[in-house]
Write a protein that binds this ligand. Structure first.
Ligand code: SF4
Length: 467
């Protein structure tokens, strides 16, 4: 500690470590017990996004710079690390709503421009370096940057030699913790108590079915990605806008006679205009006019579809329900849900969930027949994509005493409803699955990795802490 003050970087690092230790000591996880290696994993996760500004001089010593900070400087030796294609060039995702080709056709070529800017900066670095070392990870998960590929290709073509570029391989010393390799996490007494009192939603149950460890990270440790303030529009922003609009436009007690009137149509589009003009998602965007056109088109299709449907009135819109379910061995668990839309046709009720993303036409796979004969975890996974609709039907019927005639996923992009199979047997089997999963969550001594779940690992946000 005595040398701490002599090097400014140490002070900043120490400040970060002290504030992190406070977070761990007094934060939400402080009451839970973990094994040492788990604490280390959490610490690694927390420290990963911390940053220390490195001050330096451009004329002496070692400089650590970002790609854009390189500017017009020149250096004898340059090392660029982490040159994987997903990082350099760092291209933002395309908009979910506007196909890339349409953006190009309209002259909105963001992705191309971003690529060109980064290519320019990269070329600047090449021309400003006497000796350039490009370092990339050599593994199954990452591709080396396309900038490296293009340099190699140019060299090979120039020299007419496939071995024109020499690639040195080296293995970094591994900073390793003694991982158990067991990939299981204990259900301590506190965790069991927490699980017993948890309010279960369909997404928690679906997550558990998808991967037990993912459920543990997401809903027990409450680890999630931070929300980033982004420039680009995300699927979530569009989804939120559409949900807000539909909740207000297709409101509770609206009857289908009124919905078919000209007066309603005027109100509907006026509301869409107003919502769009006041939406924080679209303000100050140069491509807002384009997003608006697409939303107008989609919502027009929805209104047209609604006029064709036969129902009496909208019973409720985005209504919350709290309920409970008795699991396999008599334990009772709390259930929560928010149902996007319930319609009535005078004889019974229809439960729908709006979806703005890509959805599969088959909510329940054809394999559900296997489920009826052999009730194993793998068969459940093969047969059912999501337990959302059966759970909504169960909760609504239990809490209102009313009968659900059908439930389905409302595909906003295609303006159509995918109906959940009407067979009572399938629905009842799904509720048995919910009971069985709740029982599994609340029994046993560990959350254990299931080898069959590894197909989900590659795209999982917990990939690095899960090792
Ligand atoms: S990395 Fe794989 S095992 Fe771990 S939480 Fe994600 S999906 Fe589950």
């Amino acid at each position: 500690m005595s040398a701490l003050g002599s090097y400014p970087l140490n002070i900043e690092a120490m400040e970060i470590l002290l504030s992190l230790s406070k977070e761990v000591k007094y934060g939400e996880l402080s009451q839970l017990k973990f094994q040492d290696k788990e604490i280390f994993n959490i610490f690694k996760k927390l420290i990963k996004d911390k940053r220390i500004a490195l001050m330096g001089s451009s004329i002496k010593g070692l400089q650590i710079l970002g790609l854009l900070e390189f500017g017009n400087l020149s250096f004898d030796n340059v090392f660029i690390v982490g040159m994987k294609d997903s990082a350099i060039p760092a291209i933002k995702k395309d908009y979910s709503l506007i196909p890339k080709d349409i953006m190009y056709a309209l002259g909105i070529e963001r992705v191309k421009k971003e690529y060109e800017i980064q290519q320019y900066y990269f070329n600047r670095i090449i021309s400003g370096s006497k000796k350039l070392n490009l370092i990339y990870p050599d593994n199954d998960k990452d591709e080396r940057s396309r900038f490296i590929e293009s340099i190699i290709w140019n060299k090979q073509s120039e020299n007419k030699d496939i071995n024109a570029v020499k690639i040195n391989k080296f293995v970094l010393p591994r900073f390793s913790v003694n991982y158990s390799g067991k990939r299981k996490h204990a259900k301590t007494k506190e965790i069991k108590e927490y699980l017993k009192n948890m309010h279960y939603t369909y997404s928690k149950i679906d997550t558990y079915l998808n991967c037990r460890l993912k459920f543990y990270f997401r809903y027990v440790l409450l680890l999630d990605e931070g929300v980033k303030i982004r420039q680009e529009l995300s699927d979530g922003d569009i989804g939120n806008f559409v949900h807000d609009f539909l909740r207000g436009a297709l409101y509770e007690n609206l009857n289908s006679v009124k919905l078919k009137s000209l007066e309603f149509e005027k109100e509907y589009f006026k509301k869409l205009e107003n919502n769009f003009a006041n939406s924080p998602y679209f303000k100050f965007r140069e491509d807002a006019f384009m997003i608006k056109e697409i939303l107008m088109h989609r919502m027009k299709n929805i209104l047209y579809y609604e006029k064709q449907r036969s129902y009496k009135n909208i019973y409720s819109s985005e209504k919350k329900y709290v309920s409970s379910i008795e699991a396999k061995f008599g334990d009772v668990y709390k259930l929560n849900c928010k149902i996007d839309r319930i319609d009535s046709n005078g004889k019974g009720y229809m439960v729908f969930d709006y979806k703005t993303g890509i959805i599969d036409d088959n909510i329940v796979r054809k394999k559900y027949l296997d489920l009826l004969s052999d009730f194993t975890r793998q068969n459940i996974k093969k047969a059912i994509k999501s337990l959302q609709l059966p759970l909504y039907k169960y909760i609504f019927e239990k809490e209102s005493g009313l009968t659900v005639l059908e439930c389905g996923v409302y595909d906003v992009k295609k303006a159509k409803i995918n109906i959940f199979p009407g067979d009572v047997e399938v629905y009842e089997k799904c509720i048995d699955v919910v009971r069985s999963l709740l029982n599994e969550i609340n029994t046993g001594e560990n959350f254990e990795f299931d080898n069959e779940d590894k197909v989900n690992c590659e795209r999982c946000k917990y990939f690095y802490i899960c090792k």
